[in-house]
Design a protein around this ligand. Structure first.
Ligand SMILES: Cc1cc2nc3c(=O)[nH]c(=O)nc-3n(C[C@H](O)[C@H](O)[C@H](O)COP(=O)(O)O)c2cc1C
Length: 180
């Protein structure tokens, strides 16, 4: 019985690239993910010593309206992991179309990622970057295992929308949005 179910499923999806999680080519997986266009954010928090921490992320997404929840995922190998696990608040800074240099700076490992970066403290005390498209300040709500990443869910405490056009990420490159 089990064999016929497998055969029927295989016949129903002939054009799908078959691949169990173990056999799926990493390159192919990344390429397919890259075909999904996202914005680019810098997630910021504070280290144990009060030092600003931040990294470039495109895994940001909305989760719930009531309560207002968002998520993003953080690589387990990231040096920033301890800070995001310890501090109760973080900010999602949605980059504007002219902030490609910030995208690069916060995606490059460094002990001083905030060098030459203009920012204030938000109402929750975490760094909020200047001249972004918008930002959301969040309280850590939940964390879940996600393979080689950890999924961070935040409850949104405050938002600020500057209305600037966003930076866009598609197939490994940052781009500007063009309206049809
Ligand atoms: C466009 C873009 C999107 C990224 N998205 C993520 C992400 O969702 N999660 C993540 O952990 N790293 C992501 N990265 C990689 C981190 O920004 C990069 O590894 C950074 O150095 C991590 O900071 P850290 O080394 O200070 O922890 C992304 C990089 C770029 C350029």
């Amino acid at each position: 019985m089990q064999r016929s179910i497998e055969a029927a499923e295989g016949a129903a999806m002939p054009s799908v690239q078959q691949g169990s999680p173990r056999t799926l080519e990493a390159r192919q997986f990344r390429d397919v993910l890259g075909s999904f266009t996202t914005g680019v954010v810098v997630v910021t928090t504070l280290g144990e010593d009060g030092r600003p921490i931040g990294l470039t992320v495109n895994s940001f997404n909305s989760v719930s309206l009531d309560p207002p929840l968002i998520l993003w995922s953080l690589a387990l190998k990231s040096p920033s992991l301890a800070a995001f696990r310890q501090h109760a608040y973080f900010a999602i800074n949605i980059l504007a179309e002219d902030q490609e240099p910030l995208c690069r700076q916060f995606a490059t490992p460094s002990s001083d990622k905030f060098a030459n970066i203009r920012f204030d403290r938000g109402v929750t005390g975490v760094p909020v970057l200047h001249a972004t498209a918008a930002y959301l300040e969040c309280r850590a709500f939940a964390r879940y295992p996600g393979g080689d990443h950890e999924i961070h869910v935040g409850e949104v405490m405050a938002v600020h929308d500057h209305g600037a056009a966003p930076l866009v990420f598609h197939r490994g490159s940052v781009r500007r949005l063009i309206q049809h």
